[in-house]
Design a protein around this ligand. Structure first.
Ligand SMILES: Cc1ncc(C[n+]2csc(CCOP(=O)(O)OP(=O)(O)O)c2C)c(N)n1
Ligand SMILES: [Mg+2]
Length: 344
């Protein structure tokens, strides 16, 4: 099964399968599969709601990248923190967000995570350790370093995960953040979701090094390349990085090679890539299908169990959309409230 895709990703061979089996019980693994379905169906539901005119503005879907969000967050506690990106729905859900409140936020309703003020690109939920999505490419990097400095100074034992895209690796903030995290040995894990493109620009055209993980050498930290669509590979790399961070040995850069099925945002017409390339990822490397096959192979779940998960997730998504539809709109007189520091 070995072979390379256009962005240099190896085809998965399941070599790290035993890792998941050794470290997580069956219920946790079935929960991870459920979360992947929840992310996928949430985004499909959001996409449909957008088409129906229920959501305004734009949104960035991470369909196809679910293994990275779930594999990274699998071993984290609610006290461990993440910073996310403009393509952050999967990160929020993987870290424990409630899809009803997410839909409500997308619909601009008062019951949303930011009372309808933020929308798709600004969901934050400190109660589950989500410090927030960020519309500024690379914007989460310095925030994660600051949060990790807090964790170190307060000796909390928590780690901070910073998700970012391949496009962010050429931002100054990326280099400053990695350097500072390394010299201070901060408990932060930098997770680059390399989906091959920053808008319409391929990684090959924009980045001098072959792998983004190669950048780690300049900041004296491990740089690990993983099959970003294979949950077990992602989770194993993350486990090692987390142990290192909790022991006070400092940061790690993990590069998850992955792919987004949808366009960059709602206005993308996919002119910079071929249909065949998209189809190859969808048919041969779909993270959910591969994880389902892995779990069946391990005897963790059977087809009836998978179907039950899909149906249960569909019910949760339908209820979430209904909740959002029925929730009240914010009052125009209050529009400036809750934008900065006001608490509930
Ligand atoms: C500082 C900054 N520059 C440019 C943009 C416009 N922009 C939004 S998303 C994006 C591409 C980001 O690509 P990548 O980091 O690979 O993430 P992906 O969209 O592939 O998930 C750009 C250029 C921005 N939001 N912020
Ligand atoms: Mg990208």
């Amino acid at each position: 099964m070995a072979g390379k895709a256009k962005n240099g990703a190896e085809k998965p061979n399941g070599a790290n399968l035993p890792f998941l089996y050794r470290h997580y019980d069956h219920e946790t693994l079935r929960g991870a599969l459920r979360k992947m379905h929840l992310i996928r169906q949430f985004e499909e539901g959001a996409e449909e709601s957008y088409m129906r005119g229920l959501i305004h503005g734009t949104m960035h879907l991470s369909i196809g990248q679910e293994a990275s969000a779930v594999g990274i967050c699998l071993g984290l506690t609610d006290e461990d923190q993440i910073t996310s990106t403009h393509r952050g729905h999967g990160h929020c859900i993987a870290k424990g967000a409630d899809v009803s409140r997410m839909f409500a936020e997308f619909f601009g309703k008062t019951t949303g995570y930011c009372r309808g003020r933020g929308g798709s690109m600004h969901i934050a939920d400190v109660s589950t350790g989500n410090l927030g999505a960020n519309g500024i490419v690379g914007g989460g990097l310095p925030i994660a370093v600051g949060a990790a400095l807090t964790a170190k100074k307060t000796k909390s034992g928590n780690v901070v995960v910073c998700f970012f895209g391949d496009g962010a690796n050429n931002e100054g903030a990326f280099h400053e953040a990695l350097n500072m995290a390394a010299i201070w040995k901060l408990p932060v894990i930098f997770v680059c979701e390399n989906n091959g493109y920053g808008m319409s620009t391929s990684v090959e055209r924009a980045t001098a090094v072959k792998n983004i993980a190669d950048r780690a050498a300049a900041y004296a930290m491990p740089g690990v390349i993983v099959e970003g669509n294979v949950v077990s590979d992602v989770a194993q790399a993350m486990h090692e990085a987390t142990e290192r961070a909790r022991k006070g040995e400092g940061p790690t850069l993990i590069e998850c090679k992955t792919y987004r099925y949808r366009g960059h945002s709602k206005s993308d017409r996919n002119r910079y890539r071929t249909k065949e390339e998209i189809e190859e990822w969808m048919t041969e490397r779909d993270p959910i299908e591969m994880f389902e096959a892995e779990l069946q192979e391990l005897g963790v779940i059977d087809m009836a169990g998978i179907e039950a998960i899909r149906a249960d997730v569909a019910r949760e998504i339908a209820e979430g959309i209904e909740f959002a539809k029925e929730s009240p709109m914010p009052d125009v007189a209050n529009l400036e409230k809750y934008v900065y520091t006001e608490q509930a």
